[in-house]
Design a protein around this ligand. Structure first.
Ligand SMILES: O=C(O)Cc1cc(O)ccc1O
Ligand SMILES: [Fe+2]
Length: 488
């Protein structure tokens, strides 16, 4: 068998399961830290939660490596004047908190920079030094990281959503190959380097400054569906024996960049066991649930991963997708209707999302295709939108027009398409880069989308039913057999 780097099966080896305790390789048996670990390795603990976190949320991993992670020089500040991803502490200005609906044209590719320098904070909330909030990034890079360079973020977990190009991510715990329509999570502190085997890459990242992602509860859905645990893939340890080469270790710490030197590879973990590890997931494996009777359900049925706040059900961040799916809501079916009590009830459905204002903020991106709630053309792959806390939004005028008059037969939407949303309980501010420097904000988003909406209201006609404003007439009352608008 050829063993080129594109021989995916040889180079990238995975073990399956979400939140699973993985345990394989040259591990000590019955102990974590023996006097002399197997093969002369060093034992090292990596904690993703406080030592004393309750068992159900405790995440840590034991690494068995050739040299410990601490064997490096002091960190020195790097690019302090320009590199800052802390939302609370942006250089020269505060983050912009604005109630406008915002939308961005597709972000540019940038072939001149590597992974670290291709990270652009576009919006965010909170402060990594307080372990509160989230950072939302656009990434665009065209260069491999230097051959002897590794990176970690002490600030949070990276949820990476590639939109263009392939990410070859070598982590301390093993390798991940991540392509568009796949995602990966690199937890806080894990060291990695990124190569771009197929040229420039672009995409979106949510950095979680607090907590970790978990699968959403399934409630009455039961024990399967949405993202199934077995479809998440963690890497198998993959190490080098290089103890005589010069490496630069870059750290993102409170939004700033630091660099240290070391004379051995950081990718020397021979085996590991635990619950704190990077993983990937193919969005094509998502098992979608939807309405098969009437009305548009909440988008929470499309949640892939959630990071809960201290208030259960309210997320610091939900990662929600809008995959290809069937819409089949009924057309005025009388089969379910008790004629006596529901004669006036309409059973058809306006199928796109409702017009709404949300206490959560909604940042959306598009990996490919067209999002079914925005058919006006302005929401494009590699672009984005932000509907902040209580910013009113919903289908654009053209989508409303089409959906209000569509023939309501079963319809496949989102074929060849994948939109997603980072939904957060936080009001997210927009950075100077996001608002101005990127030069992608669409000035006329609101005007194009919702200003063209026409009023369609007509008061009920007397001859149809003697209906008074705010009251019931006999004809309009529940139980009437006359088809008049229900007016209560
Ligand atoms: O606003 C949006 O496009 C996202 C969204 C989709 C949906 O199906 C229901 C609610 C919602 O916020
Ligand atoms: Fe919304």
């Amino acid at each position: 068998m050829p063993t080129t780097q594109f021989n995916v099966k040889e180079k990238y080896r995975y073990q399956n399961g979400f939140g699973s305790y993985h345990d394989r390789g040259a591990l000590p048996v019955g102990t974590n830290s023996p006097q002399k670990p197997p093969y002369g390795l060093y034992a090292e603990k990596l904690s993703g939660t406080a030592f004393t976190a309750p068992r159900h949320e405790n995440q840590q991993t034991w690494l068995y490596r050739i040299l410990p992670a601490s064997a490096h020089s002091n960190f020195e500040p790097r690019e302090h004047a320009t590199f800052n991803t802390n939302p609370e502490n942006q250089p020269g200005q505060k983050i912009h908190q604005i109630p406008n609906q915002l939308r961005w044209d597709p972000f540019d590719l940038d072939e001149t920079v590597d992974w670290i320098h291709g990270l652009h904070l576009v919006a965010g909330a909170g402060d990594p030094s307080m372990k509160t909030g989230v950072g939302i990034y656009i990434f665009a890079a065209g260069k491999n990281m230097d051959a002897h360079e590794a990176f970690y973020s002490a600030d949070g977990d990276f949820l990476i959503v590639p939109q263009h190009g392939v990410l070859d991510i070598r982590t301390e715990l093993g390798r991940l190959l991540v392509r568009p329509n796949e995602i990966c999570v690199i937890p806080r502190g894990i060291r990695y380097r990124v190569e771009l085997p197929e040229g420039p890459v672009r995409g979106y990242i949510l950095e979680l400054y607090q907590g970790h992602f978990q699968l959403p509860e399934l409630g009455p859905i039961g024990s399967n569906c949405l993202a199934n645990a077995r479809d998440f893939q963690a890497p198998v340890a993959d190490f080098d024996e290089d103890t005589d080469s010069q490496w630069t270790l870059m750290a993102k710490f409170a939004g700033h960049l630091f660099a240290a030197k070391q004379s051995h590879t950081p990718f020397d973990v021979v085996a590991w066991h635990g619950l704190y590890y990077p993983y990937k997931y193919d969005l094509g494996r998502f098992n979608t649930i939807g309405s098969i009777s009437f009305d548009h359900p909440d988008p929470s049925i499309f949640t892939v991963l959630t990071a809960q706040s201290d208030h259960p059900g309210t997320a610091v961040a939900d990662f929600v997708i809008f995959p290809p799916r069937w819409l089949v809501q009924e057309v005025n079916s009388t089969s379910r209707i008790n004629a006596g009590s529901m004669a006036n009830m309409t059973q058809d459905t306006f199928r796109p999302p409702w017009y709404h204002r949300n206490t959560m903020s909604e940042f959306m991106g598009l990996i490919h295709g067209q999002y079914d709630a925005k058919t006006g053309g302005g929401f494009q792959p590699a672009g984005a939108s932000l509907h902040n806390v209580m910013s009113a939004h919903g289908p654009d005028a053209s989508t409303h027009e089409k959906a209000s008059n569509a023939d309501l037969k079963p319809m496949k939407v989102g074929e060849g398409s994948m939109a997603f949303m980072f939904e957060s309980c936080f009001m997210v501010g927009v950075t100077e880069w996001g608002l101005k420097k990127c030069a992608k904000v669409q000035e006329d988003y609101n005007e194009e989308s919702w200003t063209p909406l026409k009023p369609h209201f007509r008061r009920p006609q007397k001859e149809v039913g003697e209906i008074k404003n705010g009251g019931d007439s006999e004809e309009g009352a529940i139980g009437s057999t006359k088809q008049v608008p229900h007016w209560t």
